[in-house]
Design a protein around this ligand. Structure first.
Ligand SMILES: Nc1ncnc2c1ncn2[C@@H]1O[C@H](COP(=O)(O)OP(=O)(O)O)[C@@H](O)[C@H]1O
Ligand SMILES: CC(=O)N[C@@H](CCC(=O)OP(=O)(O)O)C(=O)O
Length: 299
């Protein structure tokens, strides 16, 4: 049982962070694997509403990979991933948009509103928020890059962030589905981590926080003693090339790298399975998870 002294110590520790972050914008990427449990979902939503209450401007970018996989299965389609990206034919792009923008986005908006926030849902087509072009997946064979065609998967070419700024200036919480629109109105499926990195750079966010289903990054994913709390991005790039960062972790580190290059001050990959992990990361001295940084050393 936590004592009164411990409770007050925790609250007092939060004060300087509340002062430091008031008025700052945080992009929070909430991934499909951290969304599977209703109690955790509630914790994440409460943390986002709390941030808003103390003057931080949260922007939520959500995933929904497991739900897309489930829906594809219902219509008899198997899912395949290359370098963490879903191989997307035309029908898959339509189903991904339906699940992300139609189902998950509205659910998150509704939950935030139930907890007292004022959320507005957006997808890449709203006001041409996320303009994209077709991209390839890169895999490494013996350290050498190789391009693989994965269909209607998009690379962000432009974020039209005006609509986000307008919503923030009126105290709304934007909730963004990771679908992209091409120059001819076509739909692209984009990994939500990449969208979060691009949005964070476009709005000049102070922090990008990616919630996932592991503690953070491990040097060797099969050995939990190799957890890394601070990872310089040059080292992260090497780990992707060597294959020690693999699958769904690749878009996350690449999103952090993109955000840092775009001027975002801090990027974190944290465990969405831990109750109130967002609050712990933002309002405590030690933080949790892995921080991807430009230089070595945790700030
Ligand atoms: N070096 C690594 N450290 C941590 N996780 C890794 C690493 N390499 C690959 N992974 C995988 O990345 C996964 C996280 O990506 P993903 O499942 O796509 O998350 P989300 O659904 O939250 O976006 C982890 O569950 C793990 O299986
Ligand atoms: C191209 C690509 O991989 N798109 C992702 C979009 C959803 C997503 O990113 O969801 P998570 O954050 O839950 O993984 C997909 O189809 O699964």
């Amino acid at each position: 049982m936590i004592s009164i002294d411990q409770k007050t110590a925790v609250l007092a520790e939060a004060l300087p962070y509340m002062q430091k972050f008031a008025g700052k914008t945080f992009v929070i990427k909430y991934g499909g694997n951290a969304m599977l449990n209703d109690e955790l979902k509630k914790n994440v939503i409460q943390d986002i509403v709390l941030m808003k209450c103390i003057g931080i401007n949260p922007i939520v970018v959500h995933g929904g990979g497991p739900e897309i996989t489930g829906m594809l299965k219902q219509v008899g389609k198997q899912s395949h991933f290359v370098a963490g990206l879903r191989v997307t034919d035309a029908e898959t792009a339509t189903i991904a948009e339906m699940v992300l923008a139609g189902k998950i986005n509205t659910e998150i908006v509704s939950l935030i509103n139930q907890y007292g926030g004022r959320a507005v849902g957006l997808n890449g087509k709203d006001s041409d928020l996320i303009v994209a072009k077709q991209t390839m997946a890169t895999i490494y064979e013996n350290g050498l890059p190789k391009e693989v065609d994965i269909g209607f998967v998009g690379d962000v070419t432009k974020i039209n962030a005006d609509i986000i700024r307008i919503l923030l200036s009126h105290n709304y919480i934007p909730v963004i589905a990771p679908t992209g629109v091409g120059l001819k109105g076509e739909t692209y499926n984009i990994n939500a981590d990449y969208v979060a990195g691009e949005i964070a750079a476009a709005v000049g966010a102070a922090k990008l926080v990616l919630l996932t289903d592991v503690e953070g990054i491990y040097r060797d994913y099969h050995d939990k003693s190799t957890f890394v709390s601070t990872l310089p991005y040059s080292e992260a790039q090497e780990m992707v090339k060597k294959g020690s960062i693999d699958g769904g972790m690749i878009p996350k580190v690449e999103a952090c790298i993109r955000a840092l290059a775009g001027g975002v001050e801090k990027t974190h990959i944290i465990d969405g399975r831990q109750a109130h992990s967002l609050m712990l990361e933002v309002f405590t001295a030690t933080g949790i998870g892995t921080e991807v940084v430009k230089e070595s050393g945790r700030g």
